[in-house]
Design a protein around this ligand. Structure first.
Ligand SMILES: Nc1ncnc2c1ncn2[C@@H]1O[C@H](COP(=O)(O)OP(=O)(O)OP(=O)(O)O)[C@@H](O)[C@H]1O
Ligand SMILES: [Mg+2]
Length: 1008
């Protein structure tokens, strides 16, 4: 039930009308039309009103909205019914058909195209190439068939002048695998004659307006349709040029070869040239005026010109004795023959195009064992019921066809309905409706029907004219309530004597002019033309005329008449439709002006009446307006009853449905079928719908609440679990780290290096601080173990080395760490064998005098004096003073004594030279270069002096002495003046020595 739109758009299903009256029906139809709602349901039938304007309701989003949905889930639409047909076909493997009916211009052809587009859009999701090409050909075939089979009439600018029934075959996947087009009675009389204001078939104008100049030239044509008798009427142009292009491309896509396309247009050209052909009688025989046309026709049809003119002027007749003679035409016969030929050419061309398309789209290589059941959706788009000012044989056939389809509608809709009530065990109440069987009988009944009378007249030898035939009908059908003529109602001046008869069709009274009925029914074409075409050198043309090979003596058997052939084809069509599950689109034409805003009440009401739509609604409602399988009903309305929401506990769905119905007090308004619930009045369903609509927001909120809660709980549980896992894992990592540290360091106490070589395991992030502390602890413990084992006598040396190490902090390359530090080198016999004893004596005196307690360092050096000269000196650093000594033979002379705490810093270089600057607070620094004695002739002593002094200052004086390790020149003050000293290597220099430089001194050291 399509109750998705507000009531301001009217009721989307006519069964929902409060009362089924014509007024209400029309009111609803009009309201919906005015609101742009052109589709309305009657149950499963779609009523469509031609909008006469572009509607934005066929796009991809709309297709998506309808795809796979139930009929009642969306507003009424062609797509809803297409989907229902497709679903029935796919789900239940049922052959279905969509019958589109309505009068001319009501929108049948447009509807059929939208239906095809929908089916094409929803199938073949995997885009298989072969299926895509089938779909493409099916869609493109419309364009070609419309060009050749449609024309402008006074009722419709694009009126179908043929009937079309297209079967689309589907495989078990529901993808189209092929199709077949049946065409019905093309209105070929249009080729030679059109009523005022109408046009010939579009194809002629498309060729003339859209064909290239070369093409037209080669066909001996001019581009102006007014030049040709057959296209003179309605020659005004519209979009023929663009249509021509579209048709050419469609022909290509479908697979017509160049040669075939050319042949098609050659035939059209032939017809146009034939139309202009004139005959004249020179008293004795009839001649063609201007032989040029004959030559052109023979060229276009690939025949010989002689035969062309002969077949136009003569006919071959078989005499009683089996002889064959040639009989010349009268001028009138020649014109008749020419027109018949032109009509037949077009009709065969059209038939050939359809069959050519069919060979392309026919299902190929189908194996039911492999591919499953081959199911079919048929789409019927046939010419609609029509009334013109002058109605001829074609209108008679078209309107008869519509009678048959109306009959089928009544049959199927009633039968379906009745069938359902029977199947479900429901008592069904008969609804009266107008059964048009009586009109169908009037036309087709054997012996008494109009077709029979026509056929009989055609068979009768002698001069039987249309009027004779009319007399015969008047006699035989005088009593028929749906037949009349001027003779039977002499007072009715709307008909002429001997010309008109009238049939009261289901859709209205139509007055037919009997003129031409017999000829059209006989549909005679001289065999000469058939033979001419059969003998054409153009294989395409030859293929269209297979019966041309018969000689005149072989064709004495009378062919079936046009009316009988048509009747047979329509009977076959109806049989074909009747065995399928039908879906109906009932088209209504809102006005005669093709206006998008005009709703002509009287016209519409008339159509509603004759289409039997009111009866349709009544049938649908008389029994029951709604039916739904129990499960679906329950699904939809279970929230309206506490016992069924959210799940019922009853034995069956049916019982649950009963509970809902009883709770709402609808028990008298429903009937229980075997599988479905039947609801009589829409009001009950409305009530349920309203209740449902009110509950839905609450349920939605409730469901949202529950679901959101569930989601949040789930998220919370997951987070907790994540944290628990993370916690356990972290604890495990910490423990694992402890275990690993314990394992690796368990035996460090007994190791030779006390675990210095043991690698620390990488700690987890949480333990990084702990790790740093443990590493430090271990280092300290390790250092303690090392220091513990050092004898006290070695401790000063160790301390000095540690002090030097820290102070130099890796800046100086060589600082003598690896050798034993002797400190008092001047007193050392091994280092200074000649002077040690004298120094020892001097140092003893100084110790007594100056009361220093230990020597921090002593050794020879090169020192710059106050005259900027360098001299050899002895340096003695004690814990109280720094002495400069002059080494004299056998004696040391104290030159200067500087208090130790007057020193503020030391400067050394980062190189291997032995230069040291002792900075003083009085800015009279001491610049010297240590000399190495015999003990360690090539080793560094700077590190030792730095270590001894830094250690002493830190430990005993409790003051830091500044140490700078300079990479380039060293800065110092001498008697308050800033000087800088650089170090240079000098080849040939035997020992390091200072030389005065521009801004201070240069220490030259020996180089290679
Ligand atoms: N759904 C639609 N949207 C827009 N225009 C439409 C629609 N249906 C019909 N029309 C308009 O109405 C015209 C006539 O429609 P259509 O050719 O389908 O009529 P028909 O019922 O097939 O008539 P006939 O019986 O003469 O073939 C179309 O050319 C188009 O202009
Ligand atoms: Mg049509």
């Amino acid at each position: 039930m399509a109750e998705l739109e507000g009531l301001e758009f009217g009721k989307s299903d006519f069964v929902l009308l409060d009362e089924v009256t014509m007024e209400q029906f029309m009111e609803n139809l009009k309201l919906r039309f005015e609101k742009g709602r052109i589709y309305t349901f009657i149950g499963e039938v779609v009523v469509s009103v031609n909008p006469y304007r572009e509607m934005d309701i066929y796009g991809k989003e709309t297709i998506d909205a309808y795809r796979g949905r139930e009929l009642y889930e969306n507003p009424p639409h062609l797509y809803a019914v297409s989907d229902a047909a497709y679903k029935a076909m796919k789900r239940r493997a049922k052959d279905t058909c969509i019958v589109i009916s309505g009068e001319s211009g009501a929108g049948k052809t447009e509807a059929s195209k939208y239906i095809m587009q929908y089916i094409a859009a929803i199938t073949n999701p995997t885009q298989r190439a072969e299926v895509e090409s089938v779909k493409n050909v099916l869609l493109k075939s419309n364009c070609v068939l419309e060009a050749f089979g449609n024309a402008k009439t006074n009722r419709n600018d694009n009126s179908s002048r043929f009937g079309k029934y297209m079967d689309i075959n589907f495989n078990f996947n529901g993808d189209p695998t092929g199709g077949h087009i049946n065409n019905y009675l093309l209105e070929k009389s249009r080729v030679v004659h059109q009523q005022d204001g109408e046009r010939n078939f579009h194809s002629f104008y498309q060729l003339l307006r859209g064909g290239s100049n070369e093409m037209l030239e080669s066909f001996h044509l001019q581009s102006d349709p007014a030049v040709y008798t057959y296209t003179r009427e309605g020659a005004t142009t519209n979009n023929d040029r663009t249509s021509h292009k579209a048709v050419m491309s469609a022909l290509n896509v479908i697979g017509f070869s160049e040669e075939e396309i050319n042949s098609i247009y050659q035939i059209l050209a032939t017809i146009l040239l034939l139309g202009n052909m004139q005959f004249e009688c020179d008293g004795e025989s009839v001649q063609i005026v201007g032989l040029e046309a004959v030559n052109h026709i023979s060229e276009l049809t690939a025949t010989d010109p002689e035969s062309v003119s002969k077949s136009l002027l003569y006919r071959t007749v078989a005499t009683g004795g089996g002889e064959v003679i040639e009989k010349g035409h009268s001028e009138q016969d020649a014109c008749f023959g020419r027109d018949a030929f032109a009509k037949a050419l077009y009709e065969r061309l059209f038939g050939w195009i359809v069959s050519r398309i069919n060979t392309v789209i026919e299902v190929k290589d189908y194996n039911p064992m492999l591919h499953g059941k081959n199911t079919v959706i048929g789409v019927l788009d046939i010419y609609g019921f029509e009334i013109f000012d002058n109605n001829s044989f074609e209108q008679f056939c078209i309107n008869y066809c519509n009678e048959k389809l109306q009959q089928l509608f009544i049959e199927l809709i009633l039968r379906q309905e009745q069938g359902e009530y029977q199947r479900e065990g429901i008592t069904w109440q008969h609804i009266d409706y107008f059964n048009n069987q009586i009109i169908v009988d009037l036309v087709e009944q054997p012996h008494k029907g109009i077709i029979s009378i026509l056929d009989e007249a055609c068979l009768t030898v002698g001069n039987v004219t249309d009027t004779v035939c009319l007399d015969s009908m008047d006699t035989k059908l005088a009593q028929h309530p749906h037949y009349t003529s001027r003779k039977l109602s002499p007072t009715d001046k709307t008909m002429d004597f001997q010309k008109h008869f009238r049939i009261r069709h289901y859709a209205g009274d139509v007055t037919y002019s009997v003129e031409g009925f017999l000829d059209k029914n006989k549909d005679m074409l001289f065999q000469d033309f058939k033979r001419l075409m059969y003998n054409s050198a153009n294989p395409v043309l030859k293929e269209m005329w297979p019966d041309g090979h018969l000689s005149i003596t072989e064709v004495t058997k009378r062919p079936l008449t046009a009316a009988t052939l048509f009747k047979n084809s329509i009977v076959a069509l109806v049989d074909k439709l009747a065995c399928k599950e039908p879906y109906y689109v009932r088209c209504i034409k809102p006005n005669e002006m093709k206006s998008p805003v005009l709703f002509d009440d009287a016209r519409c009401q008339h159509q509603v009446a004759y289409l039997g739509l009111m009866e349709n609604v009544m049938v649908r409602r008389a029994g029951f307006a709604y039916r739904q399988p129990y499960s679906r009903f329950l699904q939809r309305y279970k929230m309206t009853c506490e016992y069924t929401w959210p799940q019922h506990l009853m034995a069956s769905d049916r019982e649950a449905v009963e509970t809902i119905v009883t709770q709402h007090g609808f028990q008298d308004d429903v009937a229980y079928g075997h599988t479905k619930l039947f609801v009589r009045t829409p009001r009950s369903l409305f009530t349920l719908e309203q209740e449902r609509a009110a509950l839905i927001p609450i349920l939605v909120l409730f469901l949202q609440k529950v679901w959101r809660g569930a989601l949040a709980r789930m998220r919370c549980r997951r987070m907790r679990a994540i944290y628990a896992i993370m916690g356990c894992y972290k604890r495990y990592k910490v423990k694992a780290h402890f275990w690993e540290v314990e394992r690796r360091f368990a035996n460090v106490r007994t190791m030779a290096d006390y675990g210095k070589s043991v690698d620390w395991p990488t700690p987890p992030a949480a333990l990084s601080q702990f790790h740093n502390i443990t590493v430090m602890l271990h280092h300290r413990w390790w250092a303690r173990q090392i220091v513990k084992n050092i004898p006290p006598s070695d401790m000063p040396e160790v301390r000095s080395k540690v002090a030097a190490l820290t102070a130099l902090s890796g800046e100086r390359k060589d600082w003598g760490v690896s050798r034993p530090w002797e400190r008092d080198y001047l007193a050392n016999v091994r280092d200074c064998p000649q002077t040690s004893s004298s120094f020892t004596r001097v140092s003893k005196e100084l110790r007594n005098k100056d009361e220093y307690s230990q020597v921090l360092f002593s050794g020879f050096c090169r020192k710059v004096n106050r005259f900027n000269k360098s001299t050899d000196r002895g340096l003695l650093v004690t814990d109280k003073y720094v002495y400069k000594l002059e080494p004299k033979k056998q004696n040391f002379l104290v030159l200067k004594r500087l208090p130790l705490d007057g020193f503020t810093g030391l400067s050394v270089t980062s190189g291997v030279d032995q230069m040291v600057v002792l900075h003083t607070s009085s800015q009279d620094d001491v610049l010297l270069c240590l000399q190495r004695g015999a003990l360690c002739p090539n080793q560094d002593r700077v590190g030792e002096l730095v270590g001894a002094m830094v250690d002493h200052f830190t430990r005993s004086i409790k003051r830091h002495i500044l140490l700078s390790v300079c990479r380039s020149g060293v800065q110092l003050h001498m008697r308050g003046k800033l000087k800088s000293v650089s170090v240079e290597t000098k080849p040939g220099q035997t020992s390091a020595d200072f030389k005065k430089s521009r801004d201070g001194f240069t220490l030259f050291v020996p180089g290679n």
